[in-house]
Design a protein. Structure first.
Lengths: 341, 440
């Protein structure tokens, strides 16, 4: 007996938290939105999601094994699956599948593995993949099928893809003076439920909020990033709306449209690329909120969420450096009397 | 409910033996006394092979001011002065005594009558501190700092409160809990002695609210002792850390090392130490026995023992139903800060609060995974440090950056779980560098 005792340093118990548990936890939180997208976009959404996940996992495995020569495979930790899901969520349901594969290669190969794999990347792989595709394939990336197609049909862009005008695009036209508030066809209810044009995972606000509640309850993420983003967008867009209601849409349209909820809940909260302390996370969230509204209102693209997050990803190391946690015992009140002269 | 303000975690409590009354352990056949059972200079043996000793007799005298004498816990003959592997895992000089009968020094009052400060009005602070020193009392929470040194704060410092650590925040351990339930009055008299020794008139006893029976009993009994207040605390690890406890109870934070708790006016003692002080001062009984929790999920009967020092742990484990077949690790102390033992022959010492048997499955460590910067370690660190950063800097041997990021403040509580390995290495290296620099 005595010769097989384990001798190791304290602590001898572990909370059971692990990379896997967190990654699959987020995947589970994405499930409601995934099911909604299948309902609204049919087989196209299923195909894009499957191809995206499969290619992300494949590239992670190939690069890890043959280029980085990692000792143990990292494909089972769930991070590549998560990147695949999030990338698919940011794509239209009718996008050609070969474009999805290119997006996955860029996300995993360039953005994640080049920096050393899990935990080392500077930018959110899925978002960087989306941005890469948006710049490379602007037409395919901004043609969305009408939701509510009969289940199990793949949308044909030529026939069904007439909904060029998502709520975001209309908002931009209104801001430019090329459209009026009456053109905002989609009601708030439609946007909450997902009955509107957009990428696979971003349309159903309710499903995303269920995911948020799940992740908060399971303590996978804290409230700081999502709440600070949503609150900033609401306040900033609300102030603009109050100042000029005919040019700037009401803040609830901002909150429920485009990738704002998806980004605030699932993208900006990515562990690797977001700040470590609560204070840093709030600064990060507020900045993302401001940048999003600025890009949406005055920028070239109708959607600003992904660029706002990527920009703030770049600031994360700086924020970490300046937003240190409060060290124990630094309160000036406890400095020994006579200690300082 | 009060608690400390920064960080903290909540490991599974697993207080398996909380309902088990303290059981007097059988005398060992041979008792082993390492001469270094405390922080500071080792004690010097004053007995030789063949000497006859009685229970309570000094067998090794203090090696300096920051040191403590060691008393025999048994009567019998000195077998040899040799070495033993103690809880630290190192071989230490030790005195072996063959047990013959149970003959106590006649000066020890073995009655169970309660003696209070009112019965002994002539006691001066100096008397109390002297008694504590000759009784060999050290901090019994596990740190084993000689008690009389703590009671002699450096000149210029002004103690305001005595704070009694009855938190027992380590999972599994129930020794302090049982001691409070069974010896509340003795502990409270011990606290009055501490208050008198450092001339303060206010004492707090911090107890986590997972021990409601101890809180209500101590609160009830404390009414008879003016100035003593029981403070129920929200369960959070590491509340038993002295800095965390001071913060939780009186809301003041001890500055960064090398500042002492007394710099914010607090004198801290463990509840077991308060009991030992009562016995030493009022009963003339040196520290030679203590309550030890022997526990573990696979153990047949987890038990709280009143064990004599020098009793090998194997004997206590046998009394709990024997070492389980699936034993994977034996820990001296609790699972968060305790040390894995090399074998079961390690003797019970002044700082042995518990023996924890972990089964094979529990004792396996998980594989090291890449840091995904989730930030949970930053939220958990009770010292407001950044464990992920300290761990990475230590791995890179960047000692300068480690020092800049306050690695000496780490209390090694283990709230950051797997990160502590590297941080501990970084901390000890940086402390060495600081010592060298100060020596110049």
């Amino acid at each position: 007996m005595a010769n097989k005792l384990t001798i190791s340093l304290s602590p001898h118990v572990h909370g059971g938290d692990s990379v896997k548990k967190n990654m699959y936890g987020v995947c589970l939180a994405l499930l409601p939105a995934l099911l909604c997208s299948f309902y609204f976009f049919g087989l196209g959404a299923i195909a894009v999601t499957a191809v995206s996940v499969a290619s992300c996992v494949f590239f992670e495995w190939v690069i890890g094994k043959y280029l980085l020569h990692l000792g143990r495979p990292t494909v089972t930790d769930g991070s590549a699956i998560l990147t695949g899901l999030l990338l698919a969520f940011n794509l239209p349901a009718n996008i050609p599948l070969w474009i999805v594969v290119i997006g996955a290669l860029f996300a995993i190969g360039v953005v994640k593995m080049t920096f050393g794999g899990l935990g080392c990347n500077l930018f959110n792989p899925a978002l960087a993949g989306r941005a890469f595709l948006l710049i490379s394939f602007p037409v395919q990336m901004t043609t969305w099928p009408t939701p509510g197609l009969p289940f199990l049909t793949i949308a044909d862009t030529a026939v069904d893809g007439q909904t060029g005008a998502t709520p975001l695009a209309v908002m931009k036209l209104i801001a430019k003076g090329d459209a009026t508030m009456n053109d905002l066809g989609d009601s708030i209810t439609d946007m909450l439920l997902g009955n509107t044009g957009g990428c696979i995972g971003e349309v159903c606000a309710l499903a995303l909020i269920i995911g948020l509640i799940y992740m908060l309850a399971k303590r996978i993420i804290t409230w700081h990033i999502p709440v600070s983003i949503l609150l900033t967008v609401f306040v900033f867009a609300g102030l603009m709306h109050l100042a000029n209601p005919s040019t700037y849409v009401a803040p609830q349209y901002h909150l429920l449209s485009g990738g704002l909820l998806l980004g605030a809940i699932f993208m900006a909260t990515d562990y690797v690329t977001s700040p470590m302390t609560a204070k840093g996370q709030i600064i990060y969230g507020v900045a993302i909120g401001l940048l999003t509204v600025v890009i949406r209102t005055w920028g070239a693209y109708p959607e600003g969420m992904s660029f706002a997050i990527l920009i703030m990803n770049a600031f994360t190391p700086l924020i970490n450096n300046y937003c240190k946690p409060k060290r124990f015992g630094e309160r000036p009140a406890v400095v020994k009397e006579g200690g300082k002269k | 409910m009060k608690t400390f303000k920064i960080g903290g975690v909540h490991p599974a409590e697993n207080k398996l033996s909380a309902a088990e009354p303290i059981k007097v352990a059988e005398l060992p056949k041979v008792a082993v006394f390492p001469v270094s059972q405390h922080i500071g200079a080792p004690a010097k043996p004053v007995v030789q092979k063949g000497d006859k000793v009685k229970v309570g007799q000094v067998i090794a005298e203090a090696g300096g001011f920051v040191s403590a004498p060691i008393h025999s816990s048994v009567s019998g003959t000195v077998l040899k002065v040799d070495t033993v592997i103690d809880a630290s895992g190192y071989k230490k000089p030790a005195i072996y005594i063959t047990v013959e009968g149970d003959e106590w020094e006649p000066t020890i009052d073995r009655s169970t009558d309660l003696v209070t400060l009112a019965d002994r009005p002539e006691l001066t602070p100096k008397d109390i501190i002297n008694k504590v020193q000759v009784a060999g009392i050290v901090g019994m929470g596990g740190a084993c700092f000689p008690c009389h040194v703590k009671l002699s704060p450096p000149p210029g410092s002004k103690p305001e409160w005595v704070i009694i650590n009855a938190v027992e925040c380590e999972p599994y351990l129930t020794a302090d809990h049982r001691l409070m339930l069974e010896h509340a009055d003795e502990i409270l008299v011990g606290v009055t002695l501490l208050m008198k020794a450092v001339s303060v008139n206010k004492a707090f006893i911090g107890i986590e609210n997972n021990k409601p029976d101890a809180i209500s009993l101590m609160t009830e009994k404390a009414k008879a002792y003016p100035g003593i207040e029981v403070v129920p605390l929200k369960v959070k690890y590491p509340q038993g850390g002295e800095k965390q406890l001071i913060d939780a109870v009186v809301g003041r934070q001890v500055p960064a090392p090398p500042a002492l708790p007394v710099s914010v006016g607090a004198i801290l003692q463990n509840v077991g130490t308060a009991f030992a002080i009562y016995e030493a001062v009022m009963k003339n009984k040196p520290l030679f026995e203590r309550v030890v929790t022997v526990t573990g999920k696979s153990l047949a009967h987890p038990t709280n023992f009143l064990a004599r020092m020098g009793t090998p742990m194997s004997q206590l484990i046998d009394a709990c139903g024997g070492l389980p077949a699936d034993t994977g690790k034996i820990i001296g102390g609790g699972p968060m800060m305790g040390k894995a033992l090399l074998n079961t022959e390690v003797p019970i010492c002044k700082g042995s609060s518990g023996v924890l048997i972990m089964n094979d499955k529990e004792s396996k460590r998980g594989e090291v995974e890449n840091c995904i910067r989730c930030g949970k370690c930053v939220g958990a660190c009770p010292m407001g440090l950044e464990p992920y950063l300290l761990s990475a800097l230590s791995e890179r041997h960047d000692w300068e950056a480690c020092e800049k990021e306050d690695i000496p403040s780490c209390i090694e509580c283990g709230s950051c779980r797997p990160l502590l390995d590297l941080i501990r290495m970084g901390k000890s290296t940086v402390m060495g560098i600081i010592r060298q620099r100060n020596a110049k």
